[in-house]
Design a protein around this ligand. Structure first.
Ligand SMILES: [Zn+2]
Length: 203
């Protein structure tokens, strides 16, 4: 399991890269995206309520089908509440949800099974990325007390620190590339049209 920071960072970056102009903008949209990027791990809550937090973890909520269904339904709500266009909204919300699967695939799995059955129901096979970036928090999914105790460990703080550092580097990198991209675009827009000027000279 990756920590919420890595997932929130993925949600924030998609917010930054989403150039749509809708009624949901700014920090509110960033927060919504950060929450959506973490939402597949809400499967812990169902298990927690039943006394075994790990019961449904990395099940159906961690599949591409769930990402598509979530994107479609969230876009319907967005269209009704914010008069958002359905198709671009479905792509945006579905991508934010799917980013959770990507981050999880990039997380070390110290205990099997590795990754998740991302292609369920078409395949029951578990997939994880060959190269991992984030360290895992070893969660005790058997009991509520064990679950809370496994989170409140010093090793979780170490994983948290590493995840924060990686998130900061990636965020700064993406924001730097984006600002350079925008500066180049703005410069191009203000440059005189050389071809047209020359044609005018010849005339
Ligand atoms: Zn997850």
């Amino acid at each position: 399991m990756a920590l919420p920071i890595a997932h929130a960072t993925a949600g924030f970056l998609i917010h930054r890269l989403d150039g749509r102009r809708t009624r949901l903008q700014g920090w509110l949209r960033a927060l919504v995206y950060m929450a959506i990027a973490n939402s597949p791990d809400a499967d812990f809550l169902i298990g927690f309520a039943l006394g075994a937090p790990g019961l449904y973890h990395r099940g159906v909520s961690h599949t591409l089908v769930a990402a598509i269904v979530f994107g479609a339904v969230a876009a319907l709500i967005s269209r009704a509440a914010l008069r958002d266009r359905w198709w671009p909204a479905a792509v945006a919300f579905g991508s934010v949800y799917a980013s959770h699967l990507v981050v999880d695939a990039l997380t070390i799995d110290a205990r099997p099974p590795v990754g998740a059955a991302f292609f369920w129901p078409f395949s029951d096979a578990y997939y994880g990325a060959p190269v991992t970036l984030f360290h895992e928090i070893l969660i005790d999914g058997q009991s509520r007390l064990g679950f809370v105790d496994s989170i409140l460990q010093w090793r979780t703080a170490a994983v948290l620190g590493r995840e924060l550092a990686i998130a900061a580097v990636i965020t700064m990198g993406v924001l730097a590339v984006q600002s350079v991209w925008r500066a180049v675009g703005a410069r191009r827009a203000t440059l005189p049209l050389v071809g047209t000027a020359r044609e005018e000279d010849l005339a």
